[in-house]
Write a protein that binds this ligand. Structure first.
Ligand code: ZN
Length: 493
């Protein structure tokens, strides 16, 4: 099973090299998961789908993969630095909920959205708040190693000292001298020796509702710490792959590297992988720009920027039509093109089940499998896999139309290729009806709404409105039938 080599960009050394796991049969993989204080959006979908495909592919190649994706439920402050309110505590304050009620509410919704996108659950999904003891022990070791200091009940990582000994900011390519020149000391941060130092433990202000006891103060861990601690707990001091969005390279992942090197004397991660960002109509997503669209809004079409609903499989297919290191720009036109392309692919899948075998073959199907593996091995080149599967669809159509012939073996090979790459690795659900039904739901609700208005008009004996709605719907193509109980039924003629 292990004959296929997987090439992954090793951004630490900026060179492309063959993927060599630390253990010949097992792969450890850690991906930064969401901070659960709001509904899932496209920024959540892209890393989830990218690393889901990697998880599926490594598993397909025969590796036993332990995939850890964390849940950030404490310590992620508003400004990603060491100031501002905790994102979850703020939501809890605004909605008058327990912080863990906020986490539970949005985590359930996140899981539902991931299920809809056919993202497999990770092997372990640890919560930061469930690993406070481990994080305190981790800090103690960094303090003992001399790379952190206590100040006013908080503990900070000593960035200049680490930079002198090991180099800081290498993953993102930041220059620390430049960083120090551009970082001004902020009010309230005077307890840091250097503005670039980051918090490992923060003393909680009296109004802060999420805090735990520690040797230094009643407080909470810094955001970067949870990933170093939980990856080591579940994957060991060294592991194969660490993933996340490109926006996490700095400061989050450079801080993780600094923490684990200070803790263990060497880096933990063998390969870093970062997915690129998503823009909407060429703009960055942001609440203030009015283009912040949640996954549920995509699935139901209920956002002013959306021309229609898009099924979860359309979203998944669209994301996989771009290479994970390239940017993706969402627009109605691009999504509609993906919807049509996915329908063509699913038509091909369906037609495959109806092909009649011939004694002679005029097609070469084995070449398609080789090209699909080569594309996956080339740094997960999913757009090329999809283009190759369209070549398979072309062969299916030619055989179906009588322009080519395929043997029973050819047809079995095609079925195996589509099952392996489209279903098992790209994770596309092939039930076309399901994809269609979800997209149709708001449309059906709108027709029901019109017919309920018509029923109320009839009750008021407003025959003009009642007839108008029936006639106009008939003109578009709906057959409306009144039922004996005063209700209605409708079908598309
Ligand atoms: Zn992380």
């Amino acid at each position: 099973m292990l004959q296929h080599s997987l090439e992954i960009y090793n951004s630490m050394s900026r060179c492309k090299e063959l993927f060599k796991p630390l253990h010949p049969e097992r792969v450890g993989m850690y991906v930064c998961g969401p901070t659960v204080y709001g509904d899932g959006h496209l920024g959540h979908a892209r890393p989830a789908i990218t690393f889901d495909v990697l998880f599926r592919y490594l598993t397909h190649l025969g590796y036993k993969v332990r995939y850890v994706r964390n849940i950030t439920d404490v310590g992620h402050l508003e400004h990603d630095a060491d100031d501002g309110e905790d994102k979850i505590a703020k939501k809890a304050r605004l909605e008058q909920l327990e912080p863990m009620e906020v986490v539970q509410h949005y985590l359930l919704r996140y899981h539902r959205a991931m299920d809809a996108l056919n993202v497999l659950p990770p092997s372990i999904e640890p919560h930061a708040s469930g690993h406070i003891i481990e994080q305190i022990e981790y800090i103690k070791k960094i303090l003992d190693a001399g790379y952190a200091y206590e100040s006013e009940g908080s503990v900070y990582f000593d960035v200049p000292k680490f930079n002198h000994d090991y180099g800081y900011g290498r993953l993102s390519g930041r220059n620390i001298e430049e960083l120090l020149a551009t970082t001004r000391a902020l009010d309230g941060q005077t307890e840091k020796r250097n503005p670039a130092d980051f918090a490992l433990w923060k003393k909680a202000a009296p109004e802060h509702i999420m805090h735990w006891p520690s040797p230094w103060s009643e407080g909470f861990p810094g955001w970067h710490l949870e990933c170093s601690t939980m990856s080591e707990k579940y994957l060991g001091e060294q592991f194969d792959i660490h993933g996340g969005g490109m926006d996490l390279k700095f400061p989050h992942h450079d801080c993780e590297i600094a923490q684990s090197v200070a803790h263990n004397g060497r880096p933990s991660v063998h390969y870093w992988m970062h997915n690129n960002m998503i823009t909407i109509n060429g703009q960055k997503m942001g609440k203030s720009l009015g283009n912040f669209i949640t996954l549920d809004e995509f699935f139901t079409g209920s956002h002013p920027l959306l021309a229609q609903a898009y099924s979860p499989m359309t979203i998944r297919f669209f994301i996989l039509q771009a290479h994970y290191r390239g940017t993706v720009d969402f627009s109605n036109e691009a999504l509609q093109a993906s919807e049509t392309a996915l329908r063509r692919m699913l038509d091909g899948w369906k037609r495959l089940g109806e092909l009649k075998p011939s004694a002679e073959s005029t097609v070469d199907v084995n070449d398609i499998r080789t090209r699909c593996y080569a594309a996956m091995d080339d740094d997960l080149n999913t757009p090329v896999v999809i283009a190759t599967l369209f070549d398979a669809c072309r062969i299916i159509n030619q055989v179906n139309d009588g322009h080519a012939t395929a043997t029973a073996d050819d047809i079995a090979t095609l079925r195996d290729i589509m099952q392996t790459f489209l279903v098992d690795i790209l994770g596309i659900r092939t039930e076309a009806a399901e994809a269609g039904a979800e997209a149709l739901k708001p449309f059906e609700d709108a027709v029901d709404l019109l017919l309920n208005i018509r029923r109320e008009a009839k009750q008021r004996k407003d025959w003009a409105t009642s007839d108008l709605i029936r006639d106009r719907l008939a003109a578009i193509g709906f057959a409306v039938k009144d039922t004996k109980d005063g209700g209605f039924e409708w079908t598309l003629k």
